[in-house]
Design a protein around this ligand. Sequence first.
Ligand code: ADP
Ligand code: MG
Length: 688
Amino acid sequence: MELDKDIQFLKGIGPKKAQLLKKLGICRIYDLLTHFPRAYEDQSSVTAIADLVPGEKATIAGVITALQERHAARRRMSILTAMVSDGTGFLQVTWFNQKFLKPKLKPGKTLFATGKVEYAYGGQGQYAMSQMSSFEIMEDKDNIDGQLAILPVYPTTEALNQKFFRKTVRQLLDSIKCIPEVIPENIVRRYRLISRGDAFRGIHFPEDFGMVKLARRRLAFEELYLIQCGLMVLKKHTQNKKQGVRHGSNGYMVNELMASLPFSLTGDQSKAWNDICNDMELMVPMRRLVQGDVGSGKTVIAMLALVKTVENGYQGALMAPTEILARQHYEGFIKQLEPLNIKVALLSGRLTKAKREKIYEQLANHEIDIVIGTHALIQEGVSFAKLGLVVTDEQHRFGISQRAKLEKKGTMMPDVLVMTATPIPRTMTLTVYGDLDVSIIREMPPGRKPVRTFVRTPDRRELIYKFMKEEIGRGRQGYVVCPLIADNEESSLMSAEAVYDELTHGIFRDVSCGLVHGKLKQKEKEDIMQDFYEGRIRLLVATTVIEVGVNVPNASMMVIENAQQFGLAQLHQLRGRIGRGEYSSYCVLVADGRSEVAIERMQIMENTADGFVLAEEDLKLRGPGQFFGSMQHGLPDLKIADVLQDIDILLDARRAALETMENKVELDYVLPILELQYREHFQNITDT
Ligand code: ADP
Ligand code: MG
């Protein structure tokens, strides 16, 4: 059976079931095979009723000795209670609203059930069970042996239950004769992996928990190894396809710019700049990621690199995630670069057709040295005379394929510099950015006043906003961030609209306020941000749309409503919007976290200003699924590997992938597998 076939080819799966499975992302037979259990239910041994412990989960087997039906709540609820005996004692088993079971639960039949043991109230027997995670009614006790097993617990939906998945996956495994290997034999042996077939059987229907562990290791290794190989192949491809650009060592322009900066670079900035110079001076195209917290000074590094390419007779492009950010960069660049006679242009999505085409023309005949813009830069009409360097800011907003599109705009393979303010723990960097070299700016420019963070309960809002008003009275500006755009019935969370309403009719009635959120049209959003930027709006009520990019040094205070709703990394990004100027800045997290985790998270925010530490904490508290999922990386989802837990496996897999890159036989083996398994993800990659 071909694993690539549509799920409908499986016995027992009709169009209707197939439709439901598709909702879970299960389209091909292979997807079902990789629909991994989220847990296991240990039914490998039966507990005697006399040995049951209340509060604990157990599996029992016994004969039904009596059945009783009652009704409650004006007969609307049916309650079936069976008395079960296994010779050591009696257990009272109850089903609510499952009338249809009545004919099956005949005295004399055997019940095999797993669930939590409770104390029985009234009736015979000391213990009871009412919330079975699974049960089976059998003719007689002899059938039980076949039932003893560790059972997989799958992610399910209302329409597709546990039983369905267990049965279907079992059937599938029984019908597959051979599950083909996808890792070179050498690697399987060297890294002591079990075979792929054993791993799939072992993960779904293990004989013991030791087998689960071996199976998981094998499958996580496979996943990480193949993704690493994909990324490494991508890197090689892009580096080999076209001639790279070799830049000369730094000359007049770069030195001039460096000298004109009102500050000297921090140690980490110098190190990153050094890495970049080394890369740019090689023929092999640069692929470098600069990671640095908000405000760590990445822009100047980008500017230096862009000037370096201009100095060498090339053009540079800087791609920003938002229009406003692009404009801010543009203004900063003009100020610094005009004296050097460098021609900088802004390719805004808002330009008239005529102006836009003028810029296209100037780019094509090299009248423009540096172009700054948003996605507008990857439009059809854009082509460069001599593109030497592409910088993308806030990379996580762009997918890999978008980056690749821009890279293709020149005749040569330009150098690529990616900047991100999202601190990503090392293991994640390896998985997500496996194709990039990394420089990290940890150190902040000197003299920066750290943002002071306070956690307050909602009953203090009045005081908080009074303080905010005083700040605004002192000439500053402020942000209020809410988790929702508009009030809705299902949620008691604060909405930006409601808070805006409350504030503009109350304490801020004589202050110019603005409201911005994702439902506004792009143009409206930008106009409001521009007004805030230029000081016409003093207080901005917003959703997380302000997370990326705007730089308003005069903003000194931020209030985040329902702060417990946000991830730590996100709170940190939000907080990074203030404290960008010379003023003392305050971030107030309004949270009524009742749970311990919520309180702990807020305290971490109060005490930590290091984005990397917060990212690690976030990852620990929220789990990699959410963290990984929120990044638009364009890579295949990890189905089994856990980037937190599986660091050792990841490092092994990476080592193995590096070995494969150096070994032609292994590489020839892996390439078609990548093509087959990760076609949609790596297509853009291998085609560039
Ligand atoms: P990022 O893009 O990393 O969030 P920016 O590049 O916008 O940060 O820099 C934040 C501010 O710090 C800018 O106003 C910039 O001029 C300033 N800055 C950058 N590097 C230094 C430095 N080495 N010393 C002092 N100020 C710096
Ligand atoms: Mg920046």
